[in-house]
Each structure stands twice: as structure tokens, then as C-alpha cells.
Ligand binder design. Structure first.
Ligand code: NBP
Length: 507
């Protein structure tokens, strides 16, 4: 594409939406970036687009030849891969390896499964290369103007990548945690605290990105349930609900997802301008797998991330559109319902239900990461993780500052719900939260995320659960043994159940 002999600061392979935007972000911050794409015409189109209107175009160097691309980068080379996760990443890395030299650093910025990242790191380390698996969050706009970046890998490799990652990451005000978002092409934000930090070794970065996405699933589902309640129980139109979300965005629910919900609900349908677009969007949600991975990991590690899993199942249920339509004609809901009064009060209660459920959802995500760090021998800094999520990413929210503060006050916090700020919020909101869930149940409105978050709260605060009976059942049919309330933990007993008089046997 060009024959410049410049040595670039970094290289990037994969010029789809994320790659293109990350390249422009790096170039805006003064880094020279060599770029390569499997399909050369896409690279050429991108270079042409840069030259037609991007202020930093001169720092973007296109290459059609992979060897020339690699040779154009300063050593030790840093090469970011932003290609389709899974087999695409393996193939792209394999194609590049013959051109690399020992000590070069491969950075996978795709949505890799952390198990793949652990495997790739081991394989590449054995061949003499460094490997960083970095979560990149914030979609297209985040990549362009400041993503949240979650890198995992060796400290040595991170040291080399750090100046670039810190420069291009989203920035927040260090005191308030508010995102600094006034960034235009060619005029990047250089002040503020960057939303990136070394997460840990191996797959830690991609694991934390995965949990971020799991939380994103539940955050979105909770908002959708609030919308469903206002629509179904109160008959509110999208523009009226938009106003409610806008009001909420000025308070403790202030977040990117609440803001875009307010925007979405105002949007008219271009095809039918008298209608709101949201009413024309089919109610089936897609998914790419990171919510499922989070739930599978929670099941593997034995962590009760039930609300996160429920958000994944809610998408699965939404996908059964034809079945639901057929069932809606056959399965009856509750009858003789009274008209709902006290609209303003119910909206306030829905706000409380949303906020309390959100606290539970984050508590689950952080509890999961705490277990994962034990399992995979990582050292995660939960305050720093919340800090990284304050800007750039999809779940950015004022709320995250409170999580950072909670872990700053107690780094060993066993559960976020126990931090004084969140405990107080749960105590204050729980009556309204219970009212909303019972009203929804009474009226047959599905609120799986509100309900499962409440079950988590109640389960976690219950000193004696019915698992005594459950364990007895297990011992009855499978001799699985049980521990006793009046004996130290770790001593196991079994009884021959049908013969009631038999003495207990200590195992
Ligand atoms: P896609 O995930 O759609 O991937 C397209 C890119 O992968 C193209 O450049 C394509 O090259 C390249 N590619 C494929 Br497919 N197979 C390849 C192979 N075997 N060898 C080399 N290149 C190959 O792009 P995206 O949406 O920009 O996402 C990039 C990564 O970032 C993904 O892992 C994604 O999960 C992650 N991510 C995406 C978002 C988002 O909002 N989109 C957010 C955060 C993270 P081609 O042009 O020759 O087909």
C-alpha cells in the first residue's frame, strides 16, 4: 500500500469495526500504527478513508504483505489482533508467527474465552513470544474515543504496552470518577485517570472482561424489566418512559445504559414516523456468548450468580418468539386484577427495585471474580477493576465509584452487599423492591432478573436455609453423608434412614 520505511510504534491486524477505530484512537494519540487485514481491499478502503478525512491519517501505515507489516514495527514488536474470536484468532496468530522474532508481543484485543487466552499464552511463551489477552470494552465509539481496557499477561509485556494502552483508554476525573468524554477526532483527552490497569497474569484480563459482559447482560435485563412494568402495569408510552429514565439518569442510577435507554425510547420509527421505533423492534434478543460463559464459569466455580444467569435465560426465552405467540393464546394469566393506582409511587418503587437488583448483580459479578482469582491464582484488585469500568465501557456508571470506595475501605470485603453504602441502599429500597416483585407476580408480568436478585439477597442474608433437608435427602438415597449443627465442620455422618432406631455412624 505504501513503501514507507518508518518503524511504527505498534501494529494492528483486523480492520473491521473495532480494529479501525482503535487504530484511529492510537494515531490520534501520536502513535504510528502499521495495519494489516486478511482481505487487502478492506485495508485499502480504510487507508483511503483515513486519507480523505482523518486528522491523524499520516500515522496510519497500510501493508498488504504480512512480512513487510511485521518488519515495519519497532522491536520488541507489539501487534494487536482484533479479529473474530476463537478459530479466527488462532489462524491469524499462526499466520503471523513465522514473521515474528523472540520477545515480540502479541496482544489479543478480541472477546476471547479466558481458557483460550491461558492456552495461547502458554503456547506462545514456549515459542519465545509474549502474549497479552486484553479485554476491550465500549464498542465502536469506545474503541475510537477511549475504551475500557483490561489487559492480562506478564508484567514485562504490560510494561511495554502500558504507555499506549494508558494513552488510548477512556479517562475519568480522578476525584469524582465522572467520565471525561469531550474528545473529537485529532483532539484526544490527555488528562484524567485512564481506564486501564494490569489485571493479572494469563487469562485474567479476558476473564474480567467476560464478567463485565455478564454484568452488562443483567444490567440490560433489569432496565428492560423496569420498562416492561411501566408499559404493562401503567400503560406508559415510550416517550413518557424516556422521561422517567432521563430523571433516573440524574440520580444514583446515572449510567450509559440508562442514558441510551432514554434516547432509544424517544426515537421515532423512520418507516412509520408517528410510531416509536422501539415498538417496531421484534422482541427477540441475540447473544454472542460472553453472558453464557460467565454463567458457566459461575456454575463451575460454585458461585450463585443466579441473576446473571437469569439474564442469559431471559434472552433465550425471548428467542422462542413463535412458541411464545402460540402459548399466549393457550396459557392463561391471572384474572380479576384490580386497577393499579399511585402511578408516581409505583415508578419510584420500580426505581428502588432496579437499584437494589443492580447491587445484587454486581455483588454476584465481584463474588465470581473473587472465586476465580483463587482458582486461577490471580491477584485481582477489585477497586481498580471498578475504576477501569467507570469510563469507556458499556456498564460505565456513577455507581462504580461507590464500588471502588467500598474496596478501598475494605479490600477483603466478602460481598459487596455488606459494604455500608450498599447495605444502607438495600435496607432503604427493599420494601419497594418486594412490592414491585409481588405486584409483577400477581399480574403475571415476568421479572426474572428482579425476582432472582431478590432471591439472592434473601438467600444470602438467611442464616439457616432448607439445605439441611436437602442434604438429608442426599444421604437418604445416596449415602452422601451430612455435617451436624452440633459438631465441628468437616465431620461427616451417615444414618441408615429407613431403620429409624439405628445409631448414627461417624464417617
Ligand atoms: P469481527 O469479529 O467481525 O471480525 C472481523 C475481522 O476478523 C476482519 O478483519 C476479518 O478479516 C478478521 N478475520 C477473520 Br473473521 N478470520 C480471520 C483469519 N482467519 N485471519 C485473519 N483475520 C481474520 O470484527 P469486530 O466486530 O471488529 O470485532 C473484533 C474483535 O473485537 C472480536 O473478537 C470481537 O468479539 C471483539 N469485540 C467487538 C466489539 C464490538 O462492539 N464489535 C466490542 C468489544 C470486543 P477479513 O476482513 O479478511 O474478513
Amino acid at each position: 500500500m505504501n513503501d514507507r520505511t518508518t518503524t511504527s510504534d505498534i501494529g494492528l491486524i483486523g480492520l473491521a469495526v473495532m480494529g479501525q477505530n482503535l487504530v484511529l484512537n492510537m494515531a490520534d494519540h501520536g502513535f504510528t500504527v502499521s495495519v494489516y487485514n486478511r482481505t487487502t481491499s478492506k485495508m485499502e478502503d480504510f487507508i483511503a478513508r483515513c486519507q480523505a478525512g482523518e486528522p491523524s491519517a499520516e500515522r496510519v501505515i497500510g501493508h498488504a504483505d504480512l512480512g513487510a507489516f511485521v518488519r515495519s514495527i519497532k522491536r520488541p514488536r507489539k501487534i494487536v489482533f482484533l479479529v473474530k474470536a476463537g478459530a479466527g484468532t488462532d489462524a491469524a496468530i499462526a499466520g503471523c508467527l513465522p514473521h515474528l522474532e523472540s520477545g515480540d508481543i502479541i496482544i489479543d484485543g478480541g472477546n476471547a474465552n479466558w481458557n483460550d487466552t491461558i492456552r495461547r499464552e502458554k503456547e506462545l511463551r514456549a515459542k519465545g513470544f509474549e502474549f497479552i489477552g486484553s479485554g476491550v470494552s465500549g464498542g465502536e465509539l469506545g474503541a475510537r474515543f477511549g475504551p475500557s481496557l483490561m489487559p492480562g499477561g506478564s508484567k514485562k509485556a504490560w510494561k511495554s504496552l502500558e504507555p499506549i494502552w494508558r494513552a488510548i483508554a477512556a479517562k475519568v476525573d480522578p476525584k469524582t470518577g465522572e467520565p471525561l468524554e469531550d474528545y473529537a477526532p485529532g483532539k484526544p483527552i490527555t488528562k484524567g485517570e485512564p481506564c486501564t490497569a494490569h489485571i493479572g497474569a494469563g487469562g485474567a484480563g479476558h476473564y474480567v472482561k467476560m464478567v463485565h459482559n455478564g454484568i452488562e447482560y443483567i444490567d440490560m435485563q433489569l432496565i428492560c424489566e423496569a420498562y416492561m412494568l411501566m408499559k404493562t402495569l401503567l400503560g406508559m408510552k415510550p416517550d413518557k418512559m424516556s422521561k422517567v429514565f432521563e430523571d433516573w439518569n440524574a440520580g444514583d442510577l446515572d449510567s450509559y445504559l440508562i442514558q441510551i435507554t432514554a434516547d432509544i425510547l424517544q426515537q421515532r420509527d423512520p418507516a412509520r414516523p408517528k410510531k416509536f421505533l422501539v415498538d417496531s423492534v421484534l422482541d427477540t434478543a441475540g447473544q454472542k456468548g460472553t453472558g453464557k460463559w460467565t454463567s458457566v464459569s459461575a456454575l463451575d466455580l460454585g458461585i450463585p450468580a443466579n441473576a446473571i444467569a437469569e439474564a442469559v435465560f431471559a434472552r433465550c426465552l425471548s428467542a422462542l418468539k413463535e412458541e411464545r405467540v402460540a402459548a399466549s393464546k393457550k396459557l392463561k394469566g391471572p384474572k380479576d386484577l384490580k386497577e393499579i393506582r399511585g402511578k408516581k409511587q409505583l415508578i419510584e418503587s420500580i426505581h428502588s427495585a432496579l437499584y437494589c437488583s443492580k447491587i445484587c448483580a454486581y455483588a454476584q459479578g465481584f463474588q465470581l471474580m473473587a472465586e476465580a482469582q483463587k482458582e486461577y491464582d490471580w491477584k485481582l484488585d477489585f477497586g481498580a477493576i471498578a475504576q477501569i469500568w467507570r469510563g469507556g465501557c458499556i456498564i460505565r456508571a456513577r455507581f462504580l465509584q461507590k464500588i471502588t470506595e467500598a474496596y478501598a475501605a475494605d479490600a477483603e470485603l466478602p460481598n459487596l452487599m455488606l459494604a455500608p453504602y450498599f447495605r444502607k441502599a438495600l435496607h432503604k429500597g427493599q420494601d419497594a423492591w418486594r412490592k414491585v416483585v409481588s405486584l409483577a407476580v400477581r399480574h403475571g408480568v415476568p421479572v426474572p432478573a428482579f425476582g432472582s436478585a431478590l432471591a439472592y439477597y434473601d438467600g444470602y442474608r438467611t442464616a439457616v436455609l432448607p439445605a439441611n433437608l436437602l442434604q438429608a435427602q442426599r444421604d437418604y438415597f445416596g449415602a452422601h453423608t451430612y455435617e451436624r449443627t452440633d459438631e465441628p465442620r468437616g465431620k461427616y455422618f451417615h444414618v441408615d434412614w429407613p431403620e429409624k432406631d439405628r445409631p448414627q455412624l461417624e464417617m
